[in-house]
Write a protein that binds this ligand. Structure first.
Ligand code: AGP
Length: 615
């Protein structure tokens, strides 16, 4: 949830660190801080607020030095205050640490350290790490800083990705990770970088080493030495990242979210092209050989595990997989699933869907499913993520880095990957003919153009956004494979405009929610052509009869709907099962324009963070 970054090289660290921290801000923006070492002296600045607030502090009193670490925070323990900001130091201010994760046993450790005379200045869990390292460092244990860090970490229960610098060993950064929070090392001739994610250092290097769980590394001018926490040396390959350098830039858009909405035609196409499509309609997933095994053909049940928007994609996935492959699907919210009684999952394939590949609850749920005998597949967007490494196979969405906290292009790419997965399973178990598979793939390949046509109508949605002026509540209705899009549309609105919004299957309306309806609550009804169209018209009539302010998402050429309601947005037609991929776009744009009219912080909505690495 927090973002950490470090640099050691020929340049002045503060400039590099603040630049990268700006690209990590979507991970948390409650406070920020930086520490550097110059001439063996540690300097530190930190404050509640955003990166920009830290920048003005640094402008007033620059921190020299070619080595440093920095942090942007999503508060878990202790309010967003100056003293709770990272970096945290020891009693003498001789070493500094930045931490992402949660230390569960910090109260006991803190009490013990205070008994030993350590003075704490924050309410955070993280500060205890600095004092534990200090205690082991001054104990002069053999092996210097890295051994002191290793010893300190052996006492900690919880999750962490952290970086440490110290005056005593002013030419190195020690980093470590355990339990989830990601950490990567970037290599250049000019210096070395560490970061919570690749996108933040992408414009400095594409030469990356991924630090895996329970690993520690000593970063010096001549390279990184990686080992397990128990000291066993590790030889970790470096990977070359193929993302566009400006992928983490806004490219002239007012917000990353709008840029990423407009990247969807390309992202969906890249996600399709990122797999291998065979002449007979078969789909091969380069990192999921599991889907070519006999075990895959014998999949009797699929369990989809995810959180937030990824869970919504899973709900669409249920319709896709059941309709196309004839295989029953359960969809579960990961944070609930992992604490429920488990039954044998023999013959079950568990699919974890996650943009970041780092969401702690989804990771935990996948491990639970594995322990009950399920095969594990991951659908995620980040190469080298924890989920990718946990699973038996990965279907990568090729959306590129997503900076806006509200997921958009990764959602439509998850749906695209689920269509390809359903086709693959349907062909493998004989439920789908090659002819039908080819037809579906043809329709899928047409979607990028249809999405372009929707994006071209963004201004029309900006106009419809006026319907929500002054609204404090909203209702979204849909049916069948499009009901999950009603939920997703409502979440987008909640996330970025702070309007309370609920979604219901339209058939449920008369069983309660209809009581909410009056002229003050805008209602978005997803009513594209399909087997439930007439039923949706009835729901619209019921809403109109109570003066509800209705906005309908309809299919191009639908003459009937225009006669019933005033406000309609028309989408190009496609097959029913693929309509969710199109429908996501106008719902995203609508939420975007509503939030923009309210001047909301669209890319960094309050209280949220892009990937939730704690549970
Ligand atoms: C969606 O806009 C949110 N960012 C959030 O609900 C997100 O989908 C959820 O935290 C899951 O994240 P993941 O896909 O990285 O696992």
């Amino acid at each position: 949830m927090c973002g950490i970054v470090g640099y050691l090289g020929n340049q002045q660290a503060q400039g590099v660190l603040l630049d990268c921290l700006g690209r990590l801000e979507y991970r948390g923006y409650d406070s920020a801080g930086i520490a550097t070492i110059d001439g063996g002296k540690l300097g530190m600045l930190r404050c509640a607020g955003k990166n920009a607030d830290l920048q003005s502090l640094v402008d007033r009193s620059p921190l020299p030095g070619g080595i440093g670490i920095a942090h942007t925070r999503w508060a878990t323990h202790g309010r967003p205050t100056d003293s709770n900001s990272h970096p945290h130091t020891d009693c003498n201010g001789a070493l500094a640490i930045v931490h992402n994760g949660i230390i569960e046993n910090y109260p006991e450790l803190k009490e013990q350290m205070e008994d030993d005379g350590h003075r704490f200045v924050s309410q955070t869990d993280s500060e205890v790490i600095a004092h534990l390292i200090e205690a082991n460092f001054t104990a002069n244990i053999e092996g210097g800083l890295i051994s002191a860090v290793r010893k300190a970490l052996s006492l900690i229960q919880g999750t962490y990705a952290l970086a440490v610098i110290s005056q005593q060993e002013a030419d190195k950064i020690v980093v470590a990770r355990s339990g989830g929070p990601p950490l990567v090392i970037g290599h250049t001739d000019d210096g070395l970088y560490i970061s919570s994610d690749i996108a933040a250092i992408l414009h400095y290097t594409r030469d990356i080493q991924i630090l895996e769980d329970n690993e520690i590394a000593e970063i010096c001018r001549d390279g990184a030495t990686i080992s397990l926490l128990d000291g066993t040396p590790v030889d970790r390959a470096r990977i070359q990242i193929d993302w566009q350098q400006n992928a983490a830039e806004r490219n002239g858009y007012p917000h990353f979210m709008l840029k990423e909405i407009h990247e969807q035609p390309q992202a969906v196409l890249e996600t399709i092209k990122g797999q291998t499509l065979l002449a007979d309609g078969a789909v091969l997933f380069p990192q999921a050989a599991y889907t070519t095994t006999s075990q895959f053909c014998l999949t009797r049940r699929v369990t989809i595990l995810a959180c937030g928007s990824s869970w919504h994609a899973g709900l669409v996935g249920k319709h896709l997989i059941e309709s196309i492959s004839g295989t029953p699907v359960d969809v579960d919210i990961a944070s609930e699933y992992r604490y429920r009684p488990q039954f044998s999952h023999a013959g079950t394939l568990a699919i974890g869907i996650s943009q970041s590949g780092e969401t702690a609850d989804t990771l935990g749920a996948l491990k639970t499913a594995r322990n009950s005998g399920a095969g594990i597949l991951a659908i995620c967007n980040v190469n080298g993520s924890s989920m990718g490494r946990e699973a038996d196979g990965v279907i990568y969405t090729h959306a590129g880095p997503e900076i806006g906290v509200a997921s958009t292009k990764t959602f439509t790419c998850q749906l695209t990957a689920l269509v390809l997965f359903a086709i693959s399973l349907g062909l493998a178990n004989g439920n789908l003919s090659a002819r039908a598979a080819k037809a579906l793939l043809q329709d899928l390949l047409r979607l990028p153009l249809l999405i372009e046509r929707i994006l071209a109508q963004s201004e029309a949605l900006a106009g419809l956004a006026r319907l929500f002026d002054g609204a404090t509540n909203a209702l979204y209705l849909g049916r069948g494979v499009l009901f999950p899009l009603a939920i997703e549309g409502a979440l987008k609105l909640k996330e970025i405009s702070y309007i309370h919004a609920e979604a219901y299957p339209a058939g449920e309306l008369k069983h309660g929610p209809i009581a909410l309806i009056d002229r003050n609550i805008p209602i978005v009804v997803i009513a594209t052509q399909g087997p439930l169209y007439e039923k949706l018209l009835t729901a619209i009539q019921e809403v109109k009869a109570r003066d509800g302010a209705v906005l309908v998402m309809a299919t191009d050429g639908d003459r009937k709907i225009g006669a019933i309601v005033e406000h309609v947005f028309y989408l190009p037609a496609t097959t029913e099962l693929l309509m969710p991929i199109l429908m996501a776009v106008p719902l995203q744009l609508l939420a975007y324009h509503i939030a923009a009219r309210r001047g909301c912080e669209i890319d960094q909505p309050r209280n949220l963070a892009k990937s939730v690495t704690v549970d």
